[in-house]
Design a protein around this ligand. Structure first.
Ligand code: NAD
Ligand code: TDX
Length: 331
């Protein structure tokens, strides 16, 4: 298969390209990536097999039309992905996440190209802390930020393209990822690299908010399963039963890194901070036989800590500017 991977120089996309070309050398991969602050060409160093990199935006209709016309399937990761940045430049989230998806779908419509859209559990809004309720494929969309609303807009366009134009779409909504190549703006890498710098980790608010953590490789194996065996027109939720409060995640990081449990500080909460996300992944497990390989969060976390310890040259250039952005936000 000829695959067009958008956002393939970012965290999840780069891990996806490495996985696909390692395990399916028969595929040909073209990456389309605008190389924003979040995309790094070096994330794709060492990929084996048939691989081509194109620098450009998913909003560039002419370029997208050429690339989609020359591919069998699009796997669409490209996005503005960080909630905190949507306080600083909200409109670019709508441009990339919503408009960019529309541009890709329009090209897929013209060329009859298979389209897999990578989305997030945040489109379903927040769950209460107590009660054990989880998101399911029929949970109504109820986004709460410019990030999640711009992703929900894209999800709706994907569903519309399937029905209105007959595009062969699939959609997956995954929970919080962690693993190698994640930008130091995100929770887990920010705290690991703060500790490596001798600084205290920063916990928003009271730290009781819950996220449902999954290792990036498990997410990507699920995306591949949906691409290869998913039913066209369907939505699959991806999660690994990884619910943990931010306090619990931080406690685990501190323990893995040999720090005292109180080596952190509370900072101002994120305005509108969603309380809890949790995924019911029954559908993808039952229909496609997918199961996560990293069932034990501590093992995946320890491997991730080791990766940041070994790759300071990778994260160091982004660290200072990222912390300056947080200073602007007061967190
Ligand atoms: P990331 O920010 O690390 O990477 C995004 C990539 O998209 C970067 O390489 C960037 O250069 C590229 N990009 C941005 N704007 C572009 C544009 N206009 N045209 C082309 N490329 C552009 O993001 P990530 O964490 O790897 O997330 C990838 C996808 O997965 C996103 O769609 C995100 O919504 C979704 N997702 C992420 C998580 C998570 O926990 N990180 C969970 C569920 C779903
Ligand atoms: O310094 C911090 N301190 C802190 O307490 C940071 C950066 C975050 N947090 C909290 C906020 C969240 O409750 O940790 C939790 C995780 O934060 P992020 O890593 O920013 O992720 P989140 O906002 O949950 O969104 C992530 O998961 C869903 C990804 O960034 C999205 O792309 C994905 O769609």
């Amino acid at each position: 298969m000829r695959l067009l991977v958008t956002g393939g120089a970012g965290f999840i996309g780069a891990n996806f390209v490495h996985l696909v070309l390692r395990e399916h050398p028969e595929h040909e991969v073209t990456v389309l990536d605008a190389l924003t602050y979040a995309g790094r060409r070096e994330n794709l160093e060492g990929v084996a097999g048939s691989f081509r990199f194109v620098e450009g935006s998913v909003c560039d209709g002419g370029l997208v039309d050429d690339l989609v016309g020359a591919t069998d399937a699009v796997v669409h990761f490209a996005a503005e992905s960080h909630n905190d940045n949507s306080f600083l430049h909200p409109v670019s989230f709508v441009e990339t996440n919503t408009l960019g998806t529309a541009v890709l779908l329009d090209a897929a419509r013209r060329h009859g190209t298979r389209f897999h859209h990578v989305s997030t559990d945040e489109v379903y809004g927040e769950l209460p802390l107590e009660g054990g309720e989880r998101f399911r494929p029929d949970t109504p969309l109820a986004p709460t930020s410019f990030y999640s609303a711009s992703k929900a807009g894209a999800d709706l366009l994907v569903r519309a393209a399937a029905r209105q134009f007959g595009v062969a779409t699939t959609l997956s909504n995954c929970s919080n990822n962690y693993g190698p190549y994640q930008h130091v703006e995100k929770f887990i890498p920010r705290q690991i690299t703060n500790i490596l710098d001798g600084k205290r980790p920063k916990l928003y608010g009271d730290g009781r908010n819950v996220r449902d953590w999954i290792h990036v490789e498990d997410h990507n194996r699920a995306v591949l399963a949906v691409l290869e065996q998913g039913r066209v027109g369907e939505t699959y939720l991806i999660g690994a039963n990884g619910e943990r409060s931010n306090r619990e995640v931080l406690a685990a990081i501190l323990e893995v890194m040999g720090k005292e449990p109180d080596f952190f500080e509370h900072v101002a909460d994120r305005p509108g901070h969603d309380l809890r996300y949790a995924i019911d992944a029954t559908k993808i497990r039952d229909e496609l036989g997918w199961t996560p390989r990293y069932e034990d969060f501590r093992t995946g976390l320890a491997a991730t800590v080791a990766w940041y310890e070994a790759n300071e040259a990778w994260w160091r250039p982004e660290k200072r500017e990222t912390e300056a952005r947080y200073q602007t936000l007061g967190r």
